[in-house]
Design a protein around this ligand. Structure first.
Ligand code: PLP
Length: 428
């Protein structure tokens, strides 16, 4: 079947149909051009990914899976979903993929629905130590309807591995609570995850091993972080962070029985019709990530983060775990100013044109609404083309903004330099 005519209304540009929304989107494009995006979980997708997101694929209901839909007319949706599945499996070197989760949280919910009965125990890390809300926070379904038990980071600051995962504590928590599932994967952990070690602990205590690699998925795909396969039973991720795809989620496994359970748990368990335009965009992003350039990109993401860490430490900032192995850096502000909160620092950075987020840090003493830290990441700046020496300049600007004490004149000076840097790296 080929398309013959296109309805007139879909040919009209957004600017003529809805100038109000078009203007807002234009302003957002300008904001992205004129600021340095350093939120570790964000990125700039390619024009091809955005084209698929904005395509006619959005118009279709395609409940079910390729070849087994509840609606007619899904020929091309089957093709694009199968392509996304095949590319995801090739990218992560595994056998089964579900590309339908609307987000990382939805992927995690589906896995929890598939694996747990209400009240079941699982082990994960605290939100304040770098975990995610869906890993057992009391305000999330995972914390209300399940029984999370938590393991720790190394807390002794005199030790070389301060701020690293404390594998002895993981082993001890599993020995004490015998969780059904052991979870790894984090939102604010700057170090490499040892999946093999997790497997050994999971085997010792009879746990299913689940990695939520939302943050490092791109690094894994690009060979800049070890793979969770073959060690993990299930892997979830978002597709929009280091992986540089559209906003969305993904579930991966090598186990056929688990794959069937996850498919049922996504649809009809926790979702309705899949977002087929987003699945098309996921296929595009996975295709991009399979190219050799994606390896180069991810290697640069890590080089840039390491340089950022080194520069910030040389300026007197303390970083969680004293550095980074991946794409993110977690600044503990208490060493430069005991009264400075992450909330204030993120605000001053934003006024200077550097976009970051306040974040809790190891041994946190403040609430998540204030925090003692700022999380920074290099995926978006690396997409934009910044290299290590440019990142060193960014570190100087961060230092100036964070130490400005909110002085508007200082912040305005920093912003001038930020704008000059942004101009050197125009958005694609
Ligand atoms: N898992 C981890 C480790 C995350 O960092 C995030 C988001 O930041 C999620 C899950 C949730 O992803 P989403 O915001 O797409 O629901």
């Amino acid at each position: 079947m080929t398309a013959t005519t296109t309805p007139k209304s879909s040919q009209d540009s957004l600017a003529s149909v809805d100038p109000a929304v078009a203007a807002i989107i234009d302003h957002e494009a300008a904001r992205q051009q004129n600021t340095l995006e350093m939120i570790a979980s964000e990125n700039h997708t390619s024009a091809a990914v955005m084209e698929a997101c904005g395509s006619v694929m959005t118009n279709k209901y395609a409940e079910g899976y390729p070849g087994k839909r509840y609606y007619s007319g899904c020929e091309f949706h089957d093709q694009v979903e199968q392509l996304a599945i095949d590319r995801a499996c090739e990218l992560f070197n595994c056998k089964f993929a579900n590309v339908q989760p609307h987000s990382g949280a939805n992927a995690n919910l589906a896995v929890q629905f598939a694996l747990f009965d209400p009240g079941d125990t699982f082990a994960a890390i605290e939100l304040s130590d770098g975990g995610h809300l869906t890993h057992g926070s009391p305000v999330n379904l995972s914390g209300k309807w399940l029984n999370p038990v938590t393991y720790n980071l190394v807390t002794d600051e005199s030790k070389d591995d301060w701020g690293y995962l404390d594998y002895d504590s993981i082993d001890a928590v599993c020995a004490e609570h015998k969780p059904k599932v052991l979870m790894t994967g984090y939102s604010a952990y700057p170090r490499t995850i040892d999946f093999k070690k997790f497997r050994e602990i999971a085997d010792k205590h009879g746990c299913i091993l689940w990695a939520d690699v939302a943050h490092v998925a791109g690094l894994i795909a690009g060979g800049a972080h070890p793979s969770p396969f073959p060690y993990c039973d299930v892997v979830t991720t978002t597709t929009h962070k280091t992986l540089r795809g559209p906003r969305g989620g993904l579930i991966l496994t090598n186990d056929e029985d688990l794959a069937k359970r996850f498919n049922k748990a996504v649809f009809p368990g926790t979702q309705g019709g899949p977002l087929m335009h987003i699945i098309a965009a996921k296929a595009v992003a996975f295709g991009e990530a399979l190219k050799p350039e994606f390896k180069t990109y991810n290697a640069q993401v890590v080089k840039n983060a390491k340089r950022l860490a080194a520069e910030l430490m040389s300026k007197g900032f303390k970083l969680a775990s004293n550095g980074t192995d991946n794409h993110l850096v977690l600044m503990d502000l208490r060493t430069v100013d005991a009264d400075l909160t992450g909330k204030e620092a993120a605000l001053w950075l934003e006024k200077a044109g550097i976009i970051a987020n306040m974040n809790t840090v190891p041994n946190e003493t403040r609430s998540p609404f204030k925090t003692s830290g700022v999380r920074l990441g290099t995926p978006a700046l690396t997409t934009r083309g910044l290299l290590e020496d440019d990142i060193a300049q960014v570190a100087t600007l961060i230092d100036q903004a964070v130490r400005s004490k909110g002085d508007q004149a200082v912040i305005a000076e920093v912003n001038k330099d930020v704008l000059a840097l942004c101009e050197r790296f125009p958005m694609g």
